[in-house]
Design a protein around this ligand. Structure first.
Ligand SMILES: [Zn+2]
Length: 257
């Protein structure tokens, strides 16, 4: 079984530690050998970095989710900069714009820009979140040259093939998750079929999108069916893409303690 990397899994929230350990074990036996945990609120950052320090297949991506942008301040900015220098921190995330929840867009945008500045300064890629804000987020990323400078993953992608092509052309990867398994998925299957395999990575977005992190393999299988390519090719490429961007080192035989 070739290794998989889950580039977006919220293991810290809201499940308690024991349940998380069980879910990690299930995903590991399903072939997942690398987990990237994005931040949501500053209060959770220390926990995810500590988890990444304890578990050799877990990596941290602290950042402030746009829904909680009002929690940003100078102290929080300093803390994020400090964490960004930690060895087990591989990205800043999840950051972006959310047109459905959170404070006013101008606040979200200011907080996004400050976090992008930290990512650029610390030379870390970003995990991006966009809801009802695709065009504006693209503009900001272009203005700051985020793609060519550090790159990133557009998580939970649900926009058009045209946008996906632009993003990949600018140095970003498209995060493909359980939305692909839905009967009524329309745009994402097209994106997954038409894009070069070099533009795709896998994610579960557990627990928001699925109750089971082991579903990652099913997402890969679905990509293989849609593209009419061997599963092995999909696993090899998506894992290599994630490793190249994030610098994740896989420890053979999975891990933990
Ligand atoms: Zn998320």
């Amino acid at each position: 079984m070739l290794p998989l990397i889950d580039t977006h899994i919220h293991l810290d929230f809201p499940a308690p530690a024991a349940a998380e350990a069980d879910r990690l074990a299930a995903a590991r036996s399903g072939g997942v050998e690398g987990f990237v945990i994005p931040g949501v609120k500053p209060a959770g950052w220390a926990g995810i970095v500590a988890l990444a320090e304890q578990q050799s297949d877990v990596y941290a991506a602290p950042g402030l989710h746009p829904a909680y942008a009002e929690q940003w301040n100078g102290t929080v900015a300093m803390e994020l900069t400090r964490l960004a220098a930690q060895e087990r921190v591989v990205a800043i995330g999840e950051i972006g714009l959310d047109g459905a929840v959170g404070p006013a867009f101008e606040i979200q945008e200011r907080v996004l820009r400050e976090q992008l500045a930290i990512a650029l300064k610390m030379n870390l890629p970003v995990l991006l979140h966009a809801r009802k804000a695709t065009g504006r987020l693209l503009e900001i990323l272009r203005e700051l040259q985020v793609g060519p400078r550090v790159g990133g993953i557009w998580h939970g992608f649900s926009a058009s093939l045209q946008v996906a092509r632009q993003l990949v052309g600018e140095g970003f990867l498209i995060g493909v998750g359980p939305i692909l398994l839905r009967e009524n998925a329309r745009k994402l299957p097209q994106v997954v079929t038409e894009l070069p395999l070099s533009g795709l990575v896998l994610e579960t977005d557990y627990p928001d999108m699925t109750a089971d992190p082991a579903v990652l393999l099913q997402v890969a299988e679905r990509i293989a069916v849609l593209r009419e390519e061997p599963l092995k090719m999909v696993l090899t490429a998506t894992t290599a893409n994630a490793r190249r961007l994030l610098g994740v080192v896989l420890v053979a035989g999975g891990a933990g303690q």
